[in-house]
Design a protein around this ligand. Structure first.
Ligand SMILES: [Zn+2]
Length: 248
């Protein structure tokens, strides 16, 4: 089959960086094709019609030309700019951690329509849900859907229920393990309250996430444990996530 030279898709801008004098290099997470790298020529010029559509977090309709290594944006028509993500420091930080994780975990040009819908839903949820609750819930669901985090309610080694128990998150073990099975692995400890909340963050209907509450200790354990787990599992340092952890 001959590949089309021009194609259209709706997509979220999950990375946007300056390139050359007036261009932008962007990473899109698209409904049709998954992750795409593209160049938006002249997008930083004040009058460029692509200026709005190529900003970080923007959800837009794109028309792209396929290139050898990099596709080129022909049109970018914003559908939603998610202004709330820019008007609040914590929301900017949480959304940055989320799209960074998505960029790291998603393979190039592999359609993931459910993950696309999930990501879009979470960007909208950041309007009213505690941003770090949203970030943790998104990370758990993303890692699960990518096959990196199989179970949260039982020990990955012996199958013992972890409800009401202290648990340990370990990239080597591929998830949570109990105190007996942690052995000499690199782990982060999670107290029973954190284990229970992680379960809810993962399972709860999206409409219920704004009812979840956590205290500072639980928040640090969960966000720290997830950062530790994702970085080791994906073998990449999550700069935006770590930057956020310094402020909360
Ligand atoms: Zn065990």
């Amino acid at each position: 089959m001959v590949k089309m030279a021009v194609y259209s898709t709706d997509a979220i801008v999950i990375r946007s960086r300056e390139y050359g004098e007036s261009d932008r290099l962007i990473t899109l997470f698209s409904r049709e094709k998954g992750k795409i790298e593209a160049i938006a020529k002249g997008a930083r010029k004040p009058r460029s019609t692509q200026r709005g559509g190529t900003q970080l977090f923007t959800y837009a309709d794109f028309l792209l030309y396929r290139g050898k290594n990099l596709d080129t944006v022909s049109q970018a028509q914003p559908k939603e700019s998610f202004i709330h993500l820019w008007n609040d420091f914590d929301r900017t930080i949480a959304a940055s951690g989320m799209v960074e994780l998505l960029d790291t975990a998603a393979p190039k040009e592999q359609p993931e329509p459910e993950l696309f819908t999930l990501t879009l839903s979470f960007l909208f949820l950041l309007r009213h849900v505690d941003p770090y609750i949203a970030q943790a819930a998104f990370a758990l669901r993303l890692m699960h859907s990518a096959g990196y985090l199989p179970a949260l309610d039982e020990c990955g080694d012996c199958g013992k229920s972890l409800r009401g128990e202290q648990a340990f998150i370990s990239a080597e073990a591929g998830g949570l393990v109990c105190a007996t099975c942690k052995n000499n692995r690199a782990v982060k400890a999670l107290n029973p309250g954190s284990v229970a909340l992680m379960h809810q963050l993962y399972k709860a209907d999206l409409g219920m996430l704004d009812r979840l509450r956590w205290n500072k200790k639980v928040r640090e354990e969960i966000l720290g444990g997830l950062c530790f787990f994702c970085e080791h599992r994906l073998e990449k340092r999550l700069h935006a996530w770590r930057q956020g952890s310094e402020f909360i």
